[in-house]
Design a protein around this ligand. Structure first.
Ligand SMILES: [Zn+2]
Length: 208
């Protein structure tokens, strides 16, 4: 059994987020960052160029919801395919230019997208797809997320009881080959961050 971590929604420059990325770089064997291209701060460049453990995936283009009813999606069926292609490509090129790497991994905002978008991703050369378990797309190498440490997203992020999450991971580890854990940091307090760090260290001890 292997464990990886995924930090979502990286866009505006934020010191706390920089510290988190450094923490994950130093304390985990594998983590993914999901970057929103539109508005992504170039101030992150030197940090990501130094990271060795970190895989950089594209996270939509603008993280803008276009679904009125139902599960949120930036690129739903109702949107024109050419329009999707041009926005996703624009995002891909922006990240590639800023970070000087090839972007091959994609994380759909809200872990959800349409079949049409999956075809666009194929056409644009993406080969890794990271969403929720039940959204596995056969064509890609999948980096499925099965654990979310957040309990409530709005108006403020509230975290789950991470002792319970840790026990869930112990159970899952009996029959899963890989466990993906999703993280969001926004106005996270120092105390919450310490709590999360302890959890990450404990989980990493399982990840041998
Ligand atoms: Zn997101």
């Amino acid at each position: 059994m292997k464990i990886f971590h995924r930090i979502d929604d990286i866009r505006e420059y934020n010191e706390e987020l920089v510290e988190e990325i450094v923490f994950f770089e130093n304390n985990t064997k594998e983590f993914i960052v999901a970057i929103i291209p539109n508005g992504f701060s170039e101030k992150y460049t030197s940090l990501f160029r130094k990271c060795r453990n970190c895989a950089i995936y594209q996270h939509g283009y603008d993280h803008y919801n276009r679904v009125q009813k139902g599960w949120y999606d930036e690129f739903p069926d109702t949107m024109n395919k050419d329009e999707k292609r041009s926005l996703i490509l624009k995002g891909k090129l922006r990240l590639e230019n800023i970070l000087n790497i090839d972007i091959r991994g994609y994380v759909p905002p809200w872990n959800n997208t349409s079949l049409d978008t999956v075809n666009v991703l194929k056409e644009l050369g993406f080969s890794i797809y990271s969403a929720q378990d039940n959204n596995t797309i056969k064509y890609f190498k999948n980096k499925d997320i099965c654990i979310d440490i957040v309990n409530v997203y709005s108006p403020k992020i509230l975290y789950k009881n991470l002792d319970i999450i840790y026990n869930n991971i112990l159970t899952l580890s009996k029959y899963r080959i890989e466990i993906g854990i999703m993280y969001h940091f926004k106005n996270t307090t120092d105390e919450e961050r310490k709590y999360i760090h302890n959890f990450v260290r404990k989980v990493e001890n399982l990840n041998l």
